[in-house]
Design a protein. Structure first.
Length: 130
């Protein structure tokens, strides 16, 4: 859902927080389904359906940003798939394995990192002098 009145930066933060908390709150399911997707067509389809929700949202965000001169020439679907894949891997690394055994990750730091990546990937304008 798109809330009106948010800046692009705020919208990036909200999207990052939603992804982080969804992954965090469903960690066992997210890891299980994503790993089983590598060996099972049924789980691959299910994982694809799960990922399609944020991919669709981000692809639409990219299209709106392109109307304002951002990420010109980029394929919105590919941008969205790359961002979601990066978000999923980041969440996995932060919430499982060695990192999680050292203590709980800092939710706000992780969300801000994801928000910065999201914002910069979509809303940075390239220097035309290069």
């Amino acid at each position: 859902m798109i809330r009106h009145g948010l800046s692009d930066r705020e919208r990036a933060y909200e999207a990052a927080a939603a992804h982080w908390y969804t992954y965090r709150n469903r960690l066992a399911e997210a890891i299980s389904v994503s790993q089983l997707a590598m060996v099972s067509d049924d789980f691959a389809q299910y994982w694809s359906e799960i990922c399609q929700i944020p991919i669709s949202f981000i692809a639409e965000t990219v299209k709106r940003a392109q109307a304002h001169g951002y990420c010109v020439g980029d394929d919105p679907q590919l941008m969205a798939e790359a961002i979601v894949a990066m978000f999923n891997q980041f969440c996995y690394l932060q919430l499982s394995g060695k990192r999680s055994r050292r203590g709980q990750p800092d939710d706000q730091a992780c969300i801000q990192t994801l928000a910065n990546i999201y914002y910069r990937a979509i809303y940075s304008k390239e220097d035309s002098s290069n």
